[in-house]
Ligand binder design. Structure first.
Ligand SMILES: *Cc1c(COP(=O)(O)O)cnc(C)c1O
Length: 402
């Protein structure tokens, strides 16, 4: 339990989980858009951002869109998901990974996580194909910037002739076996939301090596106009295109992505070292085969050091106990001192909207995602946090274990 005799003072300025970090280049590109009057959904910033992302990630085509969610929606459409189709999806993720399946009236089936990266478990996926052999689309998310076991997942998909969609919204700049995330699926999504590794304030992109698919996504995202002298339509259209103003922010941010990743990594390592004698582990990854972008630093509390914690659909309670703590206590204590942490994503199969959807784990009765949700939390990971501030966060967490 938090030791109340600790004489901490709240942070004067809030320490955020992850907030935008601007450098000045962003404003220059935005100004260029104003100066040339490309205040629209066409312009040089859009072209350059798409080109530069392709170069950075190593893919052939990028389509700049209004959000990561719209990129996932177009990916689901490109994969051909139709009403009633089942789609295998990461279970432990943000709802935006999965909702686009519902936009197309498909049915998500949730696949449990493994312990090594907290991402979709390839063995559970294999098992799911035995139960539902007709499934043709799989959506995998790379949680908190750590790549999933992407080659194993690709292999299972190939064996079952399924299309892989990679939700790399949180993992831009991370790589797996030397290959950037956002390139492992036939269709891939990245996000430039305000809290991601780089931001355009809001935005996203569809990435693919498939020229036809990229063209189609571009057409769908701009209201599906056919090449004709008038407004001619065969397909349903969307207003999903990114604005050239917003793209200017992204163009400036991309110049600094490596700095952001280095700063995030340092934060992760400082937490890991500062908390190493506590009964906790950090969100895991295998440094031999992957480099995450370390978007968020997370903690998992050892089972034996968990005090009692109950969560209803909208409330959390815990019973304070000496020598033990829980995510709720740590999050409430951080908030008291003006620092923002966050619970782990609540697994999709535990969400009321998805109560009736199937969930497949590697072994009967197992639920790795629910366990990580119960015992885990995201720590303040803002790259503008100073070392002194992080040291104090570490002290607050330590005081929760007294
Ligand atoms: C942020 C996020 C998205 C959605 O991206 P937006 O740009 O906010 O629409 C999708 N999936 C995951 C895993 C995310 O974290």
């Amino acid at each position: 339990m938090f030791n109340p005799s600790k004489n901490f003072k709240p942070f004067g300025n809030k320490i955020w989980l992850a907030s935008p970090t601007m450098h000045g280049d962003e404003q220059k590109f935005v100004q260029e858009a104003f100066d040339t009057n490309w205040v629209s959904t066409v312009g040089a910033n859009l072209n350059e951002l798409e080109k530069n992302i392709c170069k950075y990630v190593g893919c052939k085509y990028a389509v700049a869109l209004a959000s990561g969610t719209s990129a996932l929606h177009l990916a689901v459409k490109l994969a051909g998901v139709k009403a009633g189709d089942k789609v295998f999806c990461s279970d432990l993720t943000f709802s935006a990974t999965v909702n686009p399946v519902l936009y197309e009236k498909g049915t998500p089936i949730f696949i449990d996580s493994e312990r090594d990266t907290w991402n979709l478990n390839p063995a559970a996926l294999e098992r799911a194909f035995k139960i539902f052999p007709d499934v043709k689309v799989v959506i995998v998310a790379n949680l908190y910037g750590t790549p999933a076991k992407l080659d194993e997942i690709q292999k299972v998909c190939k064996e079952h002739s399924a299309i892989l969609i990679e939700d790399a919204a949180e993992s831009l700049g991370a790589n797996y076996k030397g290959q950037q995330t956002g390139t492992f699926g036939q269709f891939n999504a990245i996000s430039f939301n305000g809290n991601k590794i780089i931001t355009t304030s809001g935005g996203g992109m569809l990435l693919t090596d498939d020229e036809k698919a990229a063209k189609l996504a571009r057409k769908w995202s701009t209201q599906s106009r056919e090449p004709a002298a008038w407004y001619q339509h065969i397909d349903i259209g969307y207003n999903y295109r990114m604005s050239n103003i917003v793209a200017g922010i992204g163009r400036g941010q991309l110049l600094h992505i490596q700095e952001h990743i280095a700063a995030k990594k340092k934060i992760y390592e400082r937490y890991r070292d500062g908390l190493k004698d506590l009964p906790v582990t950090m969100n895991p990854y295998d440094e031999k085969i992957m480099s995450p972008n370390f978007w968020l630093s997370c903690l998992l509390i050892d089972e034996k050091f968990m005090c009692r914690q109950v969560r209803s659909d909208n409330q959390a309670l815990f019973i304070a106990e000496h020598g033990k703590t829980c995510p709720t206590e740590i999050l409430e204590t951080l908030a008291k001192f003006n620092a923002e942490g966050r619970p782990i994503w609540k697994p999709m199969h535990l969400q009321p909207i998805y109560y009736n959807n199937s969930f497949v784990a590697e072994n009967d009765g197992e639920d790795v995602g629910a366990d990580i949700f119960n015992r885990g939390l995201c720590l303040p990971s803002d790259i503008k946090m100073t070392e002194t501030q992080q040291d104090k966060i570490i002290e607050i967490i330590r005081a929760c274990f007294e």
